[in-house]
Design a binder for this molecule. Structure first.
Ligand code: MG
Length: 384
């Protein structure tokens, strides 16, 4: 029985994890769970999961919880939610909380010596320079839940330190890869939220449409697999069947293929080294199957180009980039700025950032707050 602490239970990965766990009560048990403010869904989840410990980070939302199952201890507030990430009886902590806020949960889990299943991108994008050394010092165990990094992990024989010559990260290219500059200006939130191949949360779906998400994934891969940026490339693969590839010194390329479902990387991170049945990821080779690959050229996706520049410059740049991205996407979803303004806000914030070597979580919090404040200024300017 694998005992899980699930951080971010009400998001897309959190909901899929709960459905997986409830379908395999012989294998998995969620002992602790935490979420932000979605109290109605959280109350429902507590009833179905019956964890020993549950917490909502938003203490105002926590007050609206009426029904707590017998045997569950429920609390409200940030500290209570954070405590779920180091819950004593958990074997593994799945951090699926979204955004910069997820980083502190990963640090808490690693600090408590927990095995970490990582779905939160910002943990490595913003905190990779402190997170990976901390894991190394503590002899910790980190398992990627992002589909691309899970694919690479599988191709490397589940060894994060295995040698390779190149990591090739696939990208669907999102719904607008063939749009003209003029067409992009007219993109609405509804258009951007309709992803051609994957079903994901709103923030990551918009980040997929701008390809900022792929920039983040390159930064994650750099930290996770110790890869120089010149050894990582992205390639457009519209079918989302090949989830990423690894090229070795002799030119051999290994790829991981399956139908696009996050359940595969989720269960593999929890259950590794065992592989368990999953019908919905199975490919049918009884039908014709075409796989296409094309390069990502500079200028196609301005957010991706900015992300790569931040990645290579390092320091606190990726943290500022992420903060700008979170603010810009929120403003776009609220119809305060245009789709094309997302790149303007991100570019403006990173240009304004003075990068420092990453030394502490507190320093990252400061960088994050500064970048958000400046992004807000630029967002106001876009509306005029
Ligand atoms: Mg991904």
């Amino acid at each position: 029985m694998i005992k899980i602490s699930l951080i971010g239970s009400t998001g897309s990965i959190g909901r899929q994890t709960i459905s997986l766990v409830l379908s395999r009560p012989d294998k998995f048990k969620i002992v602790a769970m935490a979420a932000g403010s979605s109290f109605r869904l959280f109350e429902e989840q507590m009833g179905a999961v019956k964890p020993q410990y549950a917490a909502l980070a938003d203490s105002f939302a926590a007050k609206k919880i009426a029904d707590v199952p017998a045997g569950t201890k429920f609390f409200g507030g940030e500290d209570a939610a954070l405590a779920a990430a180091s819950f004593e009886s958990a074997d593994i902590v799945l951090v699926a909380a979204g955004g910069f806020a997820g980083l502190k949960y990963s640090l808490e889990a690693i600090g408590a010596g927990k095995r970490l299943a990582l779905a939160n991108k910002e943990t490595l994008v913003c905190g990779g320079d402190i997170v990976m050394p901390l894991i190394a010092r503590r002899g910790g165990d980190i398992r990627p839940v992002d589909s691309e990094h899970s694919a690479i992990w599988q191709c490397l024989g589940f060894n994060l330190k295995a040698p390779f010559s190149r990591l090739i990260i696939t990208a669907s290219g999102g719904p607008f890869k063939n749009f003209s500059a003029e067409q992009l200006k007219g993109v609405t939130p509804a258009m951007a939220l309709a992803h051609p191949t994957w079903s994901m949360g709103a923030k990551i779906t918009i980040d997929s449409a701008t390809m900022l998400n792929k920039g983040f994934e390159i930064i994650e891969a750099h930290h996770l697999f110790g890869a120089d940026y010149n050894k990582i490339s992205a390639v457009i693969h519209p079918q989302s069947i090949v989830h990423s590839m690894v090229e070795f010194a002799d030119g051999a390329v290994l790829a991981q293929l399956s139908r696009p479902t996050m359940k595969l990387p989720i269960q593999l991170a929890l259950e590794y080294p065992e592989r368990i049945e999953l019908e919905e990821s199975r490919l049918s080779f009884g039908d014709a199957l075409s796989l296409e690959f094309s390069p990502v050229s500079e200028g196609m996706f301005p957010c991706f180009d900015t992300a790569l520049a931040c990645a290579r410059a390092g320091g606190t740049y990726p943290c500022a980039l992420n903060a700008a991205g979170e603010e810009a996407v929120r403003a776009f979803l609220a119809e305060k700025i245009k789709f094309t303004d997302i790149a303007r806000v991100i570019g403006g914030v990173t240009e304004h950032t003075v990068s420092e070597e990453v030394q502490s979580y507190a320093q990252l919090c400061e960088t994050d707050a500064r970048a958000r404040a400046y992004a807000q200024k630029l967002i106001l300017g876009c509306g005029r």
